[in-house]
Design a binder for this molecule. Sequence first.
Ligand SMILES: [Zn+2]
Length: 396
Amino acid sequence: MGKKTLYKGFTLIDGNGGAPQENSYFVVEDKRITKVGKVEDLQATGNMEVVDLTRKYVMPGLINAHVHITLEPVGDPFGLINRESTAKTAVRGVVNLKKHLQAGTTFFRDLGAPAGIDFALRDAVNEGLIEGPQFLAAGKCISMTGGHGWSIGREADGVDEVRKAAREQLKAGADLLKIMATGGVTTPGVEPGSPQLTLEEMKAAVEEAHKAGKKTASHAQGTQGIKNAILAGIDSIEHGIFLDDETIELMLEHDVYLVPTLVAPYFIVEYGIEAGIPQYAVDKAKAVMDAHAESFTKAYKAGVKIAMGTDAGTPFNFHDGAPHELKLMVQAGMSPMDALVSSTKAGADLLGILDDYGTLEEGKFADFLVLNENPLDNLDTLLNLHSVYKLGKKVK
Ligand SMILES: [Zn+2]
């Protein structure tokens, strides 16, 4: 029998989207929640340690579905990572992990890192060598030659080579595959709207991932590329900047998640070339920002499944900034409760970890945030956390 801790008196937002429950409690034992209820129904508490959280709000830890833990959010992150040694980049990853955890992200998905650094970091966290959120790692993103993200990715052309690239990542330890369906904002000379890997190429990668029981995510900004990715069998569309009605219909039909990452172009435009962001990135971000928000709003209204992701590591998209994405989603028409669910339960569903994470229920891991205010009234309270618990241990 492990040590039991009773947390009590708080308003519980459990991640399922239902009404917050005042005066709640839960018991944590051996990293997991073993009992949840109302304080008035609380039986004998025996030899439990008691943590009184009266007047606080408790919700699941944030799950960020799109992070680049090895990227430093400077003006030109790709320039930096390609100049620096692999060892230095790995050190940055260690530091960035801590930032996510301290800011309330207790689980995330890394969507593209060079040299297997993400795998090493993931394993180091799981072994307890370093402190950070647990995460799923995609390894190198698979892009066409010269395509978006090529400088930290695995360039591959043609069905057979893409299949090989997919198998390489799986062999190296990838938890999922990241596939580039279109151009993007932060790579010079490629257009966000233009398709890149073909439908047939992506099909080969998706097939390899699914055979290995792994999921796939696609960087997909332009309409045709998004369609290609969906028809190839992708599990999530990342960014989804140019969604038309047909694409949204396809997403619903194929049960595909959207991970909008609204903050990515937002901060590029906010900071601009004065902050050292390359002109091409600022121009492209400006050109897509409105369409991005409109696409998000349309997809949300149509009932497309949405998981929160920030693309942290892109210019001035900081590793402790996930709450900004929630705020932008709400600004674009999402209800605050849906923004919380997209950042907890929906993220866990997309990542395939819902059995253990994403909601605060009996049997789940005790990854949770203690907040000073009701986040449904004020999302800014997520930027000023009272405390953070990871696997039942207070980490902030
Ligand atoms: Zn990304």
